[in-house]
Ligand binder design. Structure first.
Ligand code: SF4
Length: 112
């Protein structure tokens, strides 16, 4: 039995997601209407139980669905800060920022 009753469920109108995700509640439908097409699948994946997608969707929504703004987030008091998506990769241990350890790279490393 579905957790959404037939009275509250509705199809996503005129959406490429229609049929793919089945019926959604009016609240989900209203929210989907405000989410850019690019991120609707992430939101729906979050609703289906993916914690990774939930963090991604929450962060994207927090900054108006601008991916670069998640990268630039400075709110280290937010409980999602350390697990937010789109973080710049920090240098691995023993690597200095900007150094390149690839043999073919002529930028070299800091310890040569
Ligand atoms: S980590 Fe930053 S972007 Fe993500 S929810 Fe928190 S404040 Fe918003």
């Amino acid at each position: 039995m579905s957790s959404t009753s037939p009275q509250t469920a509705q199809r996503i109108p005129n959406s490429p997601l229609r049929g793919e995700f089945g019926s959604v509640s009016p609240a989900v439908s209203r929210r989907l209407a405000q989410i850019p097409d690019l991120y609707r699948a992430t939101y729906l994946k979050a609703l289906s139980g993916s914690k990774t997608a939930a963090v991604k969707a929450q962060c994207l929504e927090c900054v108006g669905w601008q991916r670069a703004e998640v990268t630039r987030c400075t709110d280290d008091g937010c409980p999602l800060f350390n697990v937010r998506p789109y973080q710049k990769k920090s240098p691995r241990r023993g690597e200095s920022p900007g150094a390149c350890n690839a043999r073919s790279c002529d930028r070299g490393t800091s310890d040569k």
